[in-house]
Design a protein around this ligand. Structure first.
Ligand code: NI
Ligand code: MN
Length: 225
């Protein structure tokens, strides 16, 4: 499968059989995204929470592409109220979809939508696709149950926020890697705005110092998993 990074927390996964999955598609309002909402196609849109920098352009993309949105229950109800298809889940639950299995994890964060109409729970997302496990942490602070997630899942790729202020900073994200033990970590949620500016090279250095592996992706870069 292919994984493309649009900056911030936004990714596109394309499976070998051509299914297109967007995660947290914050594109038009994102000063660092190399693509606009009108440029992307999605069969599925996975959301970690309702904040504007994650919900992003979900409604316009899902309306145009008839995408199925997959997220936590309250946010799913909100999305359906806007006329878009959604599959309701909640933390701890998993479900098999056409492309693979999705499990929602806890995340220490809020989830209010930009219009304050929805106040659900923020989540992380475990993705089981083509014998790989990808863990998108969403927005979260550090929590010790990450050890349990690592114990129960051989995580091949972890997408970890490092920008501080709203989420983990570098030091806590390095500790998260120690807890989960992913084969590889990609830093996310940094340098989009001045308040979350940080140095991903420093994060990479610290991860490697403790024996881990880290890849810093350029905006728009695509890798094969
Ligand atoms: Ni957030
Ligand atoms: Mn955020």
């Amino acid at each position: 499968m292919k994984l493309r990074y649009f900056s911030h927390s936004a990714f596109q996964i394309t499976t070998d059989d051509g299914q297109r999955i967007l995660i947290d598609p914050f594109l038009d309002g994102n000063p660092t995204s190399p693509v606009k909402a009108a440029d992307v196609e999605a069969d599925f849109i996975l959301l970690t929470h309702g904040h504007g920098d994650h919900l992003g352009d979900t409604l316009s993309i899902a309306t145009r592409c008839n995408s199925l949105c997959i997220c936590e229950n309250e946010l799913a109800n909100y999305i359906v109220s806007k006329g878009v298809r959604a599959h309701n889940m909640h933390i701890g639950g998993s479900h098999e979809f056409g492309f693979g299995r999705v499990k929602l994890t806890q995340a220490l964060h809020g989830s209010t939508t930009p219009d304050s109409e929805c106040h659900g729970s923020a989540t992380g997302i475990l993705l089981y696709i083509q014998n790989r496990i990808i863990y998108h942490m969403g927005d979260t602070g550090l929590f010790s149950d990450l050890k349990l997630i690592g114990e129960m899942n051989r995580v091949n790729l972890m997408l970890a926020p490092i920008g501080d202020n709203f989420t983990m900073g570098i030091e806590d994200a390095v500790k998260a890697c120690e807890f989960v033990k992913p084969d590889m970590v990609i830093p996310i949620h940094y340098n989009t705005f001045p308040v979350i500016e940080t140095d991903p090279a420093l994060f990479k250095q610290k991860v490697e110092q403790q024996g881990g592996s880290c890849q810093v992706l350029a905006y728009g870069q695509e890798i094969t998993l």
